[in-house]
Design a protein around this ligand. Structure first.
Ligand SMILES: NC(=O)CCC(=O)C(=O)O
Length: 260
């Protein structure tokens, strides 16, 4: 499976420019013939302007129509990063996923809002996980700060996912946390982790890029720098079977002892 990561410099507070940018980057990327294209967090508004409620999409529109059309036209799966999404006056940080026919197959709302930036004062949190299949492979999306919650990712692993997608707008101050936590989630859950971060700045906040694909052994398959651009990597899903044969942590777990 070939996966392309759109590492964007999202323009804070300018959704229509960001949609144009996504379309342009997407059309460049498609020349690599990927099976899956992944976007970063809040790529419509940026993370996040004070007037996010006014700028947010209305129940996914117009961003969902754009992604659905691109997915259908180019017959490619799209993990739509996340968008600020206004539903009945409440704003959610929402991931939508589209299959090769342009059909929406998953909707996930960020469960853990990043309180140090006051995200909880502007957004509502989601309450549900969403597991989906792309080309027959079980996968799920979590969003940025969700990465710190080991319980959430283990829950998804126990649902049988093989690929975890992580759109983000992660701060440069915590670049080492980003790299370490992505690797840890891949190794401890014996799955692929595909993480797409932003670059550039939103006011004082600088994002660290370093979008990457990590295999279940913790090896980095592809990694971006700190500039806007696209990276593509190929993953071999048979590695999962191999590692679980050799070190079967799912068989050896002792859930009766754990408090979570
Ligand atoms: N957008 C976010 O959720 C930011 C999370 C972050 O930077 C972190 O350190 O966690």
């Amino acid at each position: 499976m070939k996966i392309s990561l759109l590492q964007m410099d999202v323009i804070l507070g300018h959704p229509s420019e960001n949609r144009q940018k996504v379309e342009k980057m997407f059309r460049q990327t498609i020349e690599d013939a990927p099976d899956v294209i992944v976007l970063p967090e809040t790529w419509n508004t940026g993370f996040f302007p004070e007037n996010v409620k006014e700028l947010a999409d209305l129940q996914g529109e117009p961003s969902c129509s754009l992604l659905s059309e691109l997915a259908g036209e180019y017959k490619v799966n799209i993990i739509g990063g996340s968008i600020a999404d206004n539903e009945k006056g409440k704003v959610y940080n929402t991931n939508y996923v589209f299959d090769r026919n342009g059909r929406m197959i998953s909707k996930y709302r960020k469960i853990h809002l990043f309180s140090p930036s006051g995200e909880h004062n502007f957004f509502e949190h989601g309450d549900e996980i969403s597991v989906y299949e792309i080309d027959g492979v079980k996968a799920a999306t979590i969003i940025c700060y969700d990465l710190r919650f080991v319980e959430l990712v283990r829950t998804l692993a126990l649902e049988g996912i093989q690929i975890l997608f992580v759109p983000a707008e992660w701060s440069h101050h915590r670049l080492e946390h980003w790299k370490t936590l992505l690797k840890a989630r891949a190794v401890e859950n014996q799955m692929f982790v595909v993480a797409v971060n932003g670059v550039g700045k939103a006011k004082e906040l600088k994002f660290c890029g370093n979008s990457m694909i990590i295999d279940p052994w913790g090896e980095v398959v592809a990694c971006a720098g700190e500039e806007e651009g696209v990276i593509t990597g190929e993953i071999d899903l048979s590695i999962i079977h191999d590692i679980r044969e050799r070190i079967n942590v799912f068989r050896d777990r002792r859930p009766g002892i754990y408090k979570i």
